[in-house]
Design a protein around this ligand. Structure first.
Ligand code: OKP
Ligand code: ZN
Length: 376
């Protein structure tokens, strides 16, 4: 495959499934921002650039096992049955939204959650992750599409490594792939949905690389996650907080959703101490400030980790006109992000997370990917 062509994994199902009617945004009833149009807009851009993107709409089913490696079994079973139970017990057909969440001081410990109304709060940390009739299947598909891309990443990565041994390597063009999926995943924790997220696609993919490489060669490959969504990936952080593989790194807005995670003081715990790196940036961060920080993070933390693979949680809600975010980043910055990531010289899978300015989603996501290919 020529390095100037990028394989994209997606499915029409990421448009047609999981279409919540509304959300409560900062107290107001608003459109559901994590919409099917997001995927349509990005897909349209990719289709218009066939010289750069090779789209595969088929995906394999890897079953439950790779999902259970990062999510609790009872949580997955809950997601699968939540809507049906909700309706059976008289919940509104709009879908499952918690009415109470077991805040620390709300738990005395004598009342065990039994009803779907209690479980809605037990397994969710905010009000944005409504579970509709087909939400579980949509999140399942997103994870399976991401796994299909991950399998190809490992194949291309092995080939790349082999060429490196043979001395034929072109480190300036590491393989890159893109999973265009929704719903997104980086807020989903081991047993909590929230922030439009249910199954953590980046975490599932990362753990699969680690497990699969260990199975195949006896030696687990090292993965670095680069989370460049505007919001902190609390889910990915929590899932890998106690391990040193993967390295989790995130650039995100301070004083923003999800509000209680994302501090630079969160460095990991136990074996994982030092392998969780958060860099909060101020509101109104500009192109140059963003790129400078990203390059520094790559230079000082990602490259020294010596990763074999990079997983990018690709959110483009850093964009200046994003309706729910607050940076000043312009479309010029996205190819520069892709270029900075390419320079790591490591096979990379980009996984779609946030980004809500529909008109500019294609050019911004496409910008990162083209920058990665050196075609910006
Ligand atoms: C998901 B992803 C802002 C309210 C935010 C949920 C945002 C989820 C973002 N005031 N509500 O990281 O793009
Ligand atoms: Zn986001």
């Amino acid at each position: 495959m020529t390095p100037s062509l990028m394989k994209v994994y997606t499915s029409k199902l990421c448009t047609t499934m999981h279409v919540p009617k509304f959300e409560l945004l900062d107290g107001g009833e608003s459109q559901f921002f994590e919409s099917p149009e997001r995927r349509e807009a990005i897909h349209r851009f990719l289709v218009e650039h066939p010289e750069t993107f090779e789209i595969t709409e088929q995906f394999d089913d890897f079953g439950k096992e790779p999902i259970q490696r990062v999510h609790a079994q009872d949580f997955i079973e809950y997601l699968e049955s939540a809507f049906e139970l909700w309706i059976a017990e008289g919940g509104h057909p709009n879908g499952v939204i918690p009415s109470t969440i077991p805040h620390k001081k709300l738990q005395i410990g004598r009342v065990k959650p039994k009803t779907s109304f209690a479980k809605a709060g037990e397994y969710c940390f905010d009000l944005s992750a409504v579970i509709t009739k087909d939400t579980f299947k949509a999140a399942w598909n997103a994870a399976q599409i991401t796994l299909t891309a991950t399998k190809e990443l490992l194949r291309l990565g092995t080939e790349y490594e082999k060429n490196m041994v043979d001395g034929a390597i072109n480190r300036s063009h590491p393989p890159g792939l893109y999973a265009l999926v929704r719903p997104p995943g980086h807020h989903a924790q081991s047993n909590l949905c929230g922030g439009y997220c249910y199954i953590n696609n980046a975490a599932v993919s990362t753990q699969w690389i680690i497990d699969q490489s260990e199975k195949e060669s006896g030696q687990a490959k090292k993965v670095a996650i680069l989370d460049i969504d505007f919001h902190h990936g609390n889910g990915t952080q929590e899932i890998f907080y106690n391990v040193r593989n993967p390295l989790y790194t995130s650039l995100h807005s301070e004083d923003e959703y999800p509000h209680f995670t994302g501090s630079e003081l969160e460095k990991g715990e136990g074996d994982g101490l030092g392998y969780n790196i958060n860099i909060p940036l101020p509101k109104n961060t500009t192109d140059d400030e963003y790129i400078e920080t990203l390059e520094k993070l790559i230079r000082e933390s990602v490259v020294p980790y010596k990763p074999d693979y990079i997983i990018v949680s690709l959110g483009v809600d850093t964009y200046k006109e994003d309706p729910i975010a607050g940076f000043l980043v312009t479309s010029d910055a996205y190819p520069r992000m892709g270029e900075a990531i390419r320079k790591i010289g490591v096979p990379t899978l980009f996984i779609q997370e946030g980004g809500y300015c529909i008109e500019k989603l294609g050019i911004n996501v496409g910008g990162v990917l083209r920058g990665y290919l050196g075609k910006a």
